[in-house]
Design a protein. Structure first.
Length: 222
């Protein structure tokens, strides 16, 4: 069956959830300029699965109108009743580098009790690339070990602020090999002589994944 703008619009009005989910996926087969306005209908769908699928496409289609994308994604970030939709809105804001949403992301991080949403926000802040994220990310380094700490290390690497290097140095020999692995990746992103020295040390890590990440980082430096 041929996919047309009209067929997708009609499917999005169907009472059948499967029809509406398929319609959102079919938007990928339309030209972005045509798909973007239709996508907005799906983002307002009463079903969270449809909204999630639609908001996830904003990472690519939102570039058609960044001002409107910012408005839509901020609304879903702050007002959607489903945490998964809020999380994917944070991802899309970061992918589109909509730094105007930084304060919303930071405020929601502190307000929500949902750690998965907090994780999504911290993971997004590195890709967002707003230097204001530095202090929040650093504050999580000495917090409870776990996914938030790992996400903060990764985002510090993406953020590219080399002030983080001496802080990350504290975790080069941490007992948690997954944290050491993430530190090696972050140092590889940050670069510079200080990072190179730490990566040289980590290249001899007893855990193969950590050593390999450090060796890759050293090759990048060269």
């Amino acid at each position: 069956m041929e996919v047309t703008p009209e067929s997708v619009r009609q499917a999005l009005t169907s009472e059948d959830l499967g029809d509406r989910l398929r319609a959102v996926n079919q938007l990928r087969r339309l030209e972005p300029t045509t798909a973007f306005p239709i996508l907005q209908t799906a983002i307002a769908d009463p079903n969270a699965r449809v909204r999630y699928a639609a908001v996830s496409q904003m990472s690519s289609l939102g570039s058609q109108d960044l001002d409107l994308a910012l408005e839509i994604l901020r609304d879903r970030l702050l007002n959607d009743p489903e945490m998964d939709v809020q999380s994917v809105a944070a991802d899309a804001l970061a992918a589109l580098h909509l730094t105007s949403a930084f304060e919303d992301l930071q405020t929601l991080f502190h307000q929500t009790s949902e750690w998965l949403l907090q994780f999504s926000i911290i993971a997004a802040l590195g890709e967002l690339g707003d230097p204001r994220a530095y202090d929040l990310l650093v504050s999580l380094l000495d917090g409870d070990p776990g996914l938030l700490q790992l996400a903060a290390v990764g985002s510090l690497g993406e953020l590219g602020d080399r002030r983080a290097i001496p802080l990350l140095a504290n975790y080069v020999t941490d007992a948690d090999w997954q944290l050491r692995h993430r530190v090696a990746q972050a140092l590889s992103h940050l670069g510079g002589e200080q990072a190179k020295g730490l990566l040289t040390q980590m290249a001899a890590d007893p855990i193969a994944q950590v050593a390999e990440a450090a060796q890759i980082g050293l090759k990048t430096e060269d």
